[in-house]
Design a protein around this ligand. Structure first.
Ligand SMILES: *Cc1c(COP(=O)(O)O)cnc(C)c1O
Length: 433
C-alpha cells in the first residue's frame, strides 16, 4: 500500500483552489502560504487526512484575519476601559482616520504647494475647544507630554512635586520614575496628606528649580486631615521666581463636567494659574491615544522646538482623530458617561425579558483612573458566572463584568444599535442557540 502522505496535495494545487486565490488579495501571499504549510504538516503528522487538506485550507483562509485585534462589546459598565483600549473613537473620528490613512496634507499647504506646520488644523481645533490656552501641542501620549515638558524645562534642574501627588498610574507606571528618567531631579515637598505653600516656597528659594508640577492623583483620594496648595497660590510663587507651573490633569477634560465635579479640566486649571496643562487624549476627552500640552505660547514653543519633540510626535492618524473628536459630535465616552438612565433601564429590561435572566441594579464606573469615587448608576442583566467565558469567546466578543460570582451585562457602554448582538450572544452563551 502506498504511503498516504503521498496523497497530500501540492502547494501549487492548493494555491489554485478558488477560495484560496480569492483570499490571496485580502490576506497576502505569506499568510496564505503559511496556512497551506500548516495544513500539509498536519496531514503529514497524521492529524488530518490528506483528502481533507484542501477543505482545511479553504476553511482557514476564510476565517483568517490579517489583524488579530478583535472588536469587543464592552458590557462591563466601565467607560474608559484600559484593557479595551480606553476611549472608542466617534464615527467622525473614524472617518477622519480613514481619510488620513493614505497620502494626506498633514504637513503641506495645498494652496501654495509649500510645506506647512504638521498638525496645524488639530492645534487650531484644540484652541477653539479650549480658548483659555494660548497655544497647544499634541504628542504621542500623556506620559510623553510629561517627559517632554520636564526635559525641556527642567533637565539638570529640579522639578518640585508634593509627596501627596507622587502617584503610580497602573501597570507599575510611576510618574516619579518617569520624571527621574528624563534627567530632571525630583524635589519632593510636604507630606502624603498635607503640603503647604511654604513647602514649595522653601524649595524654590533653596534649589535650582526648573518647574513646579502639580499632578492630579486620578485613581485615589486622600481624605481627612489634608491640605493641598492651589494652582493660584503656586502661580504667584512661580511668577515671583520665573518658574513655570505645570498641571498634569490626567483625564483630558477640556471644560468642567457637572457629572464629575472633582475631575480637573484644562480650562479651569489654566484659569486658576497653571502655565502649562498636560492631559491624555484617550481618557475622558474620548479621542485617540495622545498627550496634550496646553497653555502659555512661549512655553509651548520651547517644547515644540526641543529635539525630543520629534521623538514623541503625534501620528497623522491620531492628529486627524483628535481634530474630529474636539470639533465634531460628542464622542462615545461622553455619551456613555451621560447615558440616559431611564433608557438604559428599558434596554436592560428588554434584554432580561428576552433571555429570562434577572435584572439587578449595577453601578458603572468612569475607569481609566478617572473619578474613582463616582458611581454611574444603572442596571445589569445577571447571568450565571459560567457564561462569562463563552461571551468573551463569542463573535462578536462580549466582555461582561464578573463580580460576586455572577456574570453581569451592563449596556451603558454598548451602542443601542448593538443590543440585538448582545441578545444573540447571551442566547448563544447561555443556551447554546
Ligand atoms: C493617565 C495619566 C497619565 C499618563 O497618560 P497616558 O496618556 O496614559 O500616557 C499621566 N498623568 C496622569 C495624572 C494620568 O492620569
Amino acid at each position: 500500500m502506498s504511503d498516504p502522505r503521498r496523497r497530500i496535495p501540492r502547494t501549487d494545487a492548493l494555491l489554485a483552489l478558488p477560495p484560496v486565490t480569492e483570499a490571496r488579495e485580502r490576506l497576502g501571499d505569506t499568510a496564505v502560504r503559511e496556512i497551506i504549510r500548516n495544513a500539509q504538516e498536519s496531514a503529514r503528522r497524521g492529524e488530518i487526512s490528506p483528502d481533507d487538506v484542501g477543505r482545511h485550507v479553504a476553511d482557514a483562509v476564510r476565517v483568517h484575519r490579517v489583524s488579530s485585534s478583535r472588536p469587543v462589546l464592552n458590557a462591563t459598565g466601565v467607560v474608559v476601559h484600559t484593557n479595551l483600549g480606553r476611549a472608542p473613537l466617534s464615527a467622525a473620528a473614524l472617518d477622519a482616520v480613514v481619510a488620513a490613512s493614505g497620502y494626506v496634507d498633514v504637513e503641506l499647504d495645498l494652496h501654495t504647494g509649500q510645506r506647512s506646520k504638521r498638525g496645524a488644523a488639530t492645534r487650531a481645533a484644540l484652541l477653539r475647544a479650549c480658548p483659555a490656552a494660548d497655544d497647544a501641542l499634541m504628542v504621542n501620549n500623556g506620559a510623553a507630554a510629561l517627559v517632554l515638558a520636564t526635559t525641556a524645562l527642567a533637565a539638570g534642574r529640579a522639578v518640585v512635586i508634593s509627596r501627596g501627588e507622587m502617584i503610580e498610574i497602573g501597570a507599575g507606571f510611576r510618574l516619579t520614575e518617569l520624571i527621574a528618567s528624563t534627567g530632571a531631579r525630583l524635589h519632593e515637598v510636604g507630606t502624603t496628606n498635607r503640603t503647604h505653600l511654604r513647602d514649595y516656597a522653601d524649595a524654590v528659594a533653596g534649589d535650582d528649580v526648573g518647574a513646579i508640577l502639580k499632578v492630579h492623583p486620578s485613581n485615589f483620594r486622600v481624605e481627612g486631615f489634608t491640605r493641598e496648595t492651589s494652582l493660584g497660590e503656586l502661580r504667584d510663587l512661580g511668577r515671583a521666581h520665573g518658574v513655570p507651573v505645570i498641571a498634569d490633569i490626567g483625564s483630558g477634560l477640556l471644560q468642567p463636567d457637572p457629572l464629575l465635579p472633582d475631575e480637573p479640566d484644562a480650562t479651569s486649571a489654566l484659569s486658576a494659574g497653571a502655565d502649562l496643562v498636560i492631559a491624555s487624549g484617550d481618557k475622558l476627552l474620548g479621542g485617540p491615544q495622545a498627550g496634550l500640552l496646553l497653555g502659555d505660547a512661549e512655553l509651548i514653543q520651547r517644547l515644540a522646538g526641543h529635539p525630543l519633540a520629534r521623538a514623541v510626535r503625534a501620528d497623522k492618524l491620531a492628529l486627524a482623530a483628535m481634530e474630529a473628536t474636539v470639533s465634531g459630535p460628542r464622542p462615545p465616552v461622553h455619551e456613555y458617561l451621560h447615558a440616559d438612565t431611564d433608557r438604559l433601564r428599558v434596554r436592560t429590561e428588554n434584554l432580561g425579558a428576552a433571555t429570562g435572566f434577572q435584572i439587578v441594579e449595577h453601578d458603572g464606573r468612569v475607569g481609566g483612573g478617572g473619578a474613582p469615587g463616582v458611581p454611574l448608576h444603572g442596571w445589569a442583566v445577571r447571568l450565571p458566572v459560567s457564561a462569562a467565558q463563552s461571551l468573551r469567546l463569542g463573535d462578536p466578543a462580549v466582555l461582561p463584568r464578573v463580580h460576586d460570582d455572577a456574570c453581569l451585562i451592563d449596556l451603558r457602554c454598548i451602542p443601542e444599535a448593538d443590543d440585538p448582538l448582545v441578545l444573540a450572544a447571551i442566547k448563544q452563551a447561555a443556551f447554546g442557540a
